[in-house]
Design a protein around this ligand. Structure first.
Ligand SMILES: Cc1cc2nc3c(=O)[nH]c(=O)nc-3n(C[C@H](O)[C@H](O)[C@H](O)COP(=O)(O)OP(=O)(O)OC[C@H]3O[C@@H](n4cnc5c(N)ncnc54)[C@H](O)[C@@H]3O)c2cc1C
Length: 329
């Protein structure tokens, strides 16, 4: 057994020894393809799905005791996981905090809009179910997330959005817990000026912080109004996006300084429809790389690297990845 295998064994043993105190699910050597929209990815040495704060605390103790590297997994809709998987602990947040509630006590302090109110959502809440609820209740403000298949936590990390807006537009407060080794375990609150973002990127969350909850500035409107905007946007997306195939949505950020969208750059390079292995630049929307069935991370990466090098050499354009790569290339 080499040094790397030995430390992996030590990490796994610690979590096996403490499994009886953990109320969520624990898996060992679990294929991550099951948990990503791409349906791609090798195994995680340890996969933990915490259900409560006590579970999170135990995971933090494991990180402190063993030094295991960890990765936070939301719904896996913006990830490309290595074919070799992840040597460490993957923390799947999907059942950690599913609260959705108006925060009555803070209504009065929201002076920007007298009809407004604050909505608190757990980081694990799925955007599609949240939007269904907002349409039923007539809560307007988050329609810009329509069609984004991730969780609230992932949408804050990514500053996810559409032509209608992005996460930063309505966010007022974020509560996190740090699992980083050497930090204290307790809530951290980010508000106001702390909440700094760029296009598809947050600039304020330190590494290793799990998003527990977030507050959003909302307005009361007729439920039909929210529903209609969501329905129209979904219809439009269905026409323009290859949603019948596994993907991570847009692979590249739009290279704004070039005045072009990423799909136009890929098109200009003649890569629309181009295939490597079982991955393809979609014919319908070339900034989506789709899994035609059985694609490997290396197929998707080959397409990414091909577009990046040709865009740089032939057009002088830098294509930056929006998708997050997990594990080793
Ligand atoms: C078909 C399709 C269409 C898409 N369309 C859009 C679009 O229109 N606009 C857009 O912006 N994106 C789009 N995406 C990409 C993706 O849905 C978003 O980036 C989404 O916000 C990712 O959320 P997630 O929960 O899946 O996060 P994941 O993909 O699981 O993770 C993304 C990042 O967030 C971190 N993370 C996740 N949850 C937490 C948490 N609770 N605490 C701390 N860190 C966390 C992860 O560590 C990782 O760094 C699309 C994806 C698909 C598959």
């Amino acid at each position: 057994m080499d040094k790397r295998q030995k430390s992996e064994e030590n990490w796994a043993q610690w979590f096996k020894n403490h499994a009886s105190s953990f109320t969520g699910a624990l898996f060992f050597d679990e294929p991550l393809a099951r948990y990503t929209f791409y349906q791609i990815g090798g195994p995680a040495r340890i996969l933990a799905a915490p259900k409560c704060l006590e579970d999170l605390k135990l995971l933090k103790e494991g990180v402190e005791a063993t030094g295991v590297p960890f990765f936070i997994l939301g719904k896996g809709s913006n990830l490309l996981v290595s074919d070799q998987g992840f040597e460490g602990l993957v923390i799947r947040t999907h059942q950690l905090n599913l609260e959705v509630q108006t925060t009555e006590s803070e209504k009065a302090s929201d002076s920007r809009d007298s009809e407004g109110f604050l909505l608190r959502t757990g980081g694990s809440v799925l955007i599609s179910s949240l939007l269904r609820k907002t349409a039923q209740e007539g809560w307007s403000g988050l329609e810009f997330w329509t069609g984004i298949p991730g969780s609230v936590g992932g949408a804050i990390i990514m500053n996810a959005g559409t032509h209608l807006g992005e996460s930063q537009d309505r966010l007022t407060r974020v509560e996190t817990y740090s699992l980083e080794r050497g930090t204290r375990f307790g809530p951290s609150i980010f508000t106001g000026e702390d909440l700094k973002f760029q296009y598809r990127k947050n600039l304020f969350l330190p590494p290793g912080h799990i998003i527990w909850s977030a507050d959003w500035r909302m307005d009361h409107v007729e439920p039909e109004k929210v529903k209609n905007l969501i329905d129209e946007t979904l219809k439009r997306r269905k026409l323009t996006q290859p949603i019948d195939y596994p993907s991570c949505g847009s692979v590249f950020k739009n290279p704004k300084s070039s005045g072009k969208n990423a799909w136009q750059v890929i098109d200009q390079l003649g890569l629309r429809g181009h295939i490597e292995g079982k991955a393809q630049f979609s014919e319908k929307h070339p900034n989506f790389i789709i899994n035609l069935g059985g694609a490997k991370a290396s197929d998707v990466l080959a397409l990414i690297r091909l577009a990046q090098s040709r865009a740089a050499v032939e057009l002088g354009i830098e294509l930056e990845e929006e998708v997050i790569f997990v594990g080793e290339e």
